[in-house]
Design a protein around this ligand. Sequence first.
Ligand code: 76R
Length: 247
Amino acid sequence: MSEVAQTLEGWYALHDFRSIDWTAWEAADESLRQVAMDELYSYMKEWQALEDTQTGSTAFYSVIGQKADLVFMHLRETLEELNTIETAFNKSIFAQFTYPAYSYVSVVELSNYMAPPGTDPMQNPDIMARLKPILPKWNHICFYPMNKRREGNDNWYMLGMDERRTMMRSHGMIGRQYAGKVKQIITGSVGFDNWEWGVTLFAEDPLQFKKLVYEMRFDEVSARYGDFGDFYVGNLLTEEKLGQLLK
Ligand code: 76R
């Protein structure tokens, strides 16, 4: 058996995608719509308060294209908290005007491919901050799930540690060139959801998603071993932008 890569886990993640029932929303009374929006604004304030105490983080974006209209990305200490947030939203008035589009359950993950040997990662404040990250409020989000291939001669899980480490180093070097332009959060989902990882990227300039993902396609770890699910891309929602969207 090949050596298992050790992983560190941080906050649990729920990516909750919703579509808006525009017909019902347009048909609703102005007063009901206002109550629905106020409720949503108060959730946004609650999420912000959690972030202020570093006990979780939430990102809220509108989604372009027909796969969904909204995405909430919640990071919390436990799966129970994620379930509570999801259920609270489901019981809200606004939720009556939405239907579920997609969801993804995972946990923030760092693997040890690049870790210097003999150090205790839990004593490293940079690592702790990456395991429990406050999500950036950058203009755009990109989310997609992925697997590492297990097919014939292209089986990631049968490769030796050194070979995987060499490839991950090359992957990391490409990624580093996007420092400051793209922030990536890798969440592990083996045992939690249908793919092995969720990839969440944030950028101010959405073209940087395309450039990064394209460049990685030529790198062996993605070219040979990456299998990808659907891509979701979105625009940051502030209270003001949400108001405009729902006007
Ligand atoms: O954690 C680190 O920064 C060390 C290097 C590193 C690891 C171990 C790293 C760097 N990644 C790691 C692990 Mn990554 N990453 C992806 C995708 O679309 C594609 O082709 C792949 C999707 C992107 C865009 C991306 C970006 N990475 C992983 C893993 C776990 C693999 C495993 O355990 O087998 C996956 C699935 C994955 C996928 N990666 C970076 C980036 C970027 C931008 C970096 C540089 C980060 C930085 O230096 O700040």
